[in-house]
Design a protein around this ligand. Structure first.
Ligand code: ZN
Length: 412
């Protein structure tokens, strides 16, 4: 009992003593990127499991809700495939996530379909008829450098009026969809199918979620002033495709959430000058939906936000970090550079202009001074089933935390 008490005291002291507690970081990241969180999407309530976890972490760290609740509910619309998916090509069963993805715009399909190969040159002499009950594989037999683009637009618009398409790709990248087609688009890894496949068997049933209620999660720490430094990160990811393929989203963006909770751990033990607001967004992958909602329904006066740091994909850092908006907010950039030069925290700080590529954007658009920081180098796993906690080095993680803490101290 005494030994346990000593250990407990010891770990509490350790957490309090260091700005970055890597044990805590791994604990959070491993949870967010585990099977239980179902890829933090909208199949099986993965988003709710993740939001509940973040809330309980904030609560136990002593980070207070803004108002009555940690949650800000909002609704979104998204296409999903919650049930078992089956696909075989010429009798060979393919594995979802590993061998193929369904483009998330796809509708349902069930049955056996012949595969017709059509070349781009053939299309020049007219659109082939009677493909209604077939899947089409479009082949590029031209020198056209935009051929891949052309194929995509034909496939998405279903110009050939087919039941579906096979779209061979070298790399599988999953993207969510907020609308649904009548046809089916299968992105299949080029090296797992024959160049002229003959027949497919498919069972895939989509569920179009209309006005699904999800939530942002907010918490704050009172500082000496009422102006805020905000740290934001989206906690949602792509969820699951069928029962077997999970998109764990360890880097995107378990890493950012982990960094926010580490900052929360620090600032609850070391009173900050500014009040610190933490914003965890849902619906980022569907088009920054949570952050747009939060910027339109702000929980604190946007004018009181002195600066906002959005962290999205911060699980690597072998080649330093990149800062979106650093060319706009030059004074803040030079503060970060100065702290970094003095302490040698990061190997490189690369500058970049504005971009609407993550959750800082809806706030920046409303006049909130903001940066979006992501790490460079390391794991290249992106929007696939391999973006898992064990792929991440967290190379720059402790020092990026220190850099942000240093900024809060120095910024006036
Ligand atoms: Zn993403």
């Amino acid at each position: 009992m005494m030994k346990q008490l000593f250990l407990l005291l010891f770990s509490v002291l350790t957490i309090a003593a260091f700005p970055q507690n890597m044990d805590y970081a791994h604990y959070v990241l491993n949870n967010l990127g585990s099977e239980d969180f179902k890829g933090r999407g909208f199949v099986g309530g993965g988003d709710k499991t993740a939001a509940g976890f973040i809330k309980s972490q904030l609560d136990s760290l002593g980070v207070k809700p803004v108002g009555k609740s940690y949650f800000q509910p909002f609704t979104l619309t998204v296409n999903t495939f919650p049930e078992k998916i089956f696909l075989s090509v010429d009798g060979k069963e393919l594995i979802p996530g590993k061998d193929f993805l369904l483009d998330m715009h796809s509708g349902s399909a069930d049955g056996k379909f012949p595969v017709k190969t059509v070349t781009l040159s053939e299309l020049k002499s007219g659109i082939p008829k009677n493909l209604k009950k077939s899947f089409v594989l479009l082949q590029n037999d031209t020198q056209d450098k935009d051929a891949a683009k052309t194929i995509r637009s034909i496939v998405y618009a279903n110009l050939l009026n087919a039941a579906g398409y096979l779209l061979p790709e070298d790399k599988l990248v999953n993207e969510p969809a907020t609308e649904v087609f009548k046809h089916v688009v299968i992105k299949v890894k080029s090296n797992v199918i024959d160049s002229l496949p003959k027949v497919i068997k498919i069972t895939a049933k989509n569920k179009f979620l209309k006005n699904y209620q999800t939530q942002n999660v907010f918490g704050y720490i009172q500082g000496k002033t009422d102006s805020f430094i905000v740290f934001s990160a989206h906690y949602d990811h792509l969820g699951k495709l069928g029962e077997r393929a999970t998109f764990y989203g360890a880097n995107d963006n378990g890493s950012g959430v982990t960094m926010l909770l580490n900052l929360a751990n620090y600032f609850t033990h070391h009173s900050p000058h500014y009040s610190i607001l933490f914003m965890f967004f849902s619906g980022e992958e569907e088009g920054l939906l949570g952050s747009f909602y939060a910027a339109q329904h702000p929980v604190v006066d946007l004018k009181k936000i002195k600066f906002l740091f959005n962290l999205d994909m911060v699980g690597t850092g072998q080649e330093g970090i990149q800062i979106v908006n650093s060319t706009v907010f030059k004074r803040e950039t030079s503060i970060l550079q100065e702290i970094n030069d003095k302490n040698h925290y990061l190997v490189k700080i690369k500058l970049r202009g504005p971009a609407a590529n993550s959750d800082h954007y809806p706030f920046y658009d409303k006049g909130v001074p903001s940066f979006f920081i992501y790490t460079l180098g390391g794991s290249k796993q992106y929007h696939n089933i391999y973006d898992k906690p064990d792929q991440l080095s967290l190379f720059a993680f402790p020092n990026l935390v220190k850099l942000l803490i240093g900024f809060e101290k120095q910024y006036q």
